[in-house]
Design a protein around this ligand. Structure first.
Ligand code: 5CA
Ligand code: ZN
Length: 411
């Protein structure tokens, strides 16, 4: 499917350092300095509701990675999926009496406009689950051929024991896996499964649900096989980073890794990056709980998308935090102050600030540190720190380019 229009990004005159990121599988910082182009897969939306600030924070987090890689001189190949057929989407469509495909199309379009407004760089390929059904069927067939599947009342399951590395992505113990599997779309209690953690790769047709023909009978893809098949097809084996929110650590990314490990004999991704959860009113912001702040609602009330982006950037991508309206209003004011400073055309020396911004982002995408460096430059330029220094005539120009290229903030 179509992605969205890329923002025009200036090329800064300074190069960023090599990037290191936190890998969930190893639990520590790893260098991510690919020699042959960086390959990134980020799990996309399930389009049954509008983009909320939790989604926006996660996609902006990975946008920082893409920008840090580019600033370090890498070409980036970025792929994202859209889960345009799955249980939650079908349930919502039924509840509101809308055709599921229409609902998916409408919400995907809204997502595109939100991402564009937030200056998120689009993936080169935005791939829907429905359009990738032939790829899914091929990958399921490879798992069948590898003896890693079995049938249960028409549904085809993946045997987690077929993957000796199963569990290495999340590092969770069995009790944690069982609990999360039950909470996040799995069926640990279904009778007849060989292992309670086995997951569906091809779900047999149910009355009233969409279904497609396949060698395994009419049905539709399981969730995890969708991302495994799309990433493998468009990025190839053993790509650099698999990303998503921390609610995808298990089972989603573990199962993707399991499917691909069994099918190819190689690990899925080199590193697994996870964004923290944004909460609101004391709970994780989620479509199922309904405690949502939508990006388009803020845009419709004339909030500058750059202020939304700045408010999100004040939190590190890996931390869990609570959205508050007060932080948004502060960001609106901060943005006005930043604009005032760059409008002066000259300012405090910008070279060290530009370098600090690039260094902070290359260091596990530390946007709060980068933003704090800009705050200090703005205060120095406006003389509000008592140390007015207008020695750098070209300061604003240099900083403007780096702010946009690295942080995605266009002033
Ligand atoms: N389509 C699947 C991934 S293949 C899915 O999880 N879709 S989603 O619409 O539920 O979420 C889209 C992305 O936003 C995921 O990476 C998810 O981890 C992330 N996300 C969802 N809620 C939050 C939240 N409250 N805070 C931060 N990120 C979130
Ligand atoms: Zn996914």
């Amino acid at each position: 499917m179509r992605a969205w229009t890329p923002p025009e990004i200036p090329t800064p005159t300074v190069t960023g350092p090599a990037v290191r990121v936190h890998d969930t599988a190893t639990g520590g910082l790893v260098a991510s300095d690919p020699t042959d182009g960086a390959r990134l897969y980020v799990c996309g939306i399930t389009p049954y509701d509008a983009t909320h600030l939790g989604h926006a924070a996660t996609y902006i987090g990975f946008d920082l990675l893409l920008r840090a890689w580019r600033n370090a001189g890498h070409d980036v190949h970025y792929v994202q999926n859209v889960t345009d057929v799955d249980d939650p989407l079908l349930e919502r469509a039924e509840k509101v009496s809308v055709d599921w495909a229409e609902l998916a199309e409408r919400e995907t379009e809204l997502y595109r406009t939100d991402m564009e407004a937030l200056r998120v760089v689009p993936p080169q390929q935005l791939i829907g689950a429905v359009e990738s059904i032939p790829l899914v069927i091929d990958l399921v067939q490879r798992l069948v051929d590898a003896g890693a599947t079995y049938e249960l009342d028409g549904d085809l399951y993946f045997s987690v024991t077929a993957d000796p590395a199963f569990g290495e992505e999340s590092g969770y113990d069995t009790a944690t896996m069982l609990r999360l599997f039950g909470e996040r779309g799995g069926d640990p209690d279904r009778e007849g499964k060989r292992d309670p953690l086995d997951c569906i790769v091809w779900r047999a047709e149910r009355p009233g649900e969409p279904a497609w023909d396949s060698p395994f009978g009419r049905g539709r893809p399981g969730w995890h096989i969708e991302c495994a098949a799309i990433a493998l097809e468009y990025l190839g084996e053993h790509f650099d980073v698999q990303g998503g929110g921390s609610d995808l650590v298990f089972p989603h990314h573990e199962m993707c890794a399991g499917h691909v490990q069994v099918a190819t004999g190689r690990p899925f991704a080199r590193a697994y990056l996870h964004a923290g959860m944004v909460g609101y009113d004391g709970e994780k912001m989620s479509k199922s709980r309904g405690n949502l702040v939508f990006v388009n609602a803020l845009r419709n009330s004339d909030i500058d998308p750059m202020a939304i982006r700045l408010a999100l950037l004040r939190h590190h991508y890996r931390s869990d935090w609570e959205w508050t309206d007060a932080e948004l209003f502060t960001a609106v004011d901060d943005l006005a102050t930043w604009r005032k400073a760059v409008a002066l055309g000259a300012g405090a020396p910008a070279g060290p600030v530009a370098e600090e911004v690039l260094a902070a982002l290359a260091d596990d995408l530390d946007a709060p540190r980068a933003v704090a460096a800009v705050d200090r430059w703005v205060a120095a330029t406006l003389g509000t720190d008592g140390l007015a220094d207008t020695s750098d005539a070209d300061a604003a120009g240099t900083l403007l380019a780096v702010l946009d290229a690295a942080l995605g903030i266009s002033l």
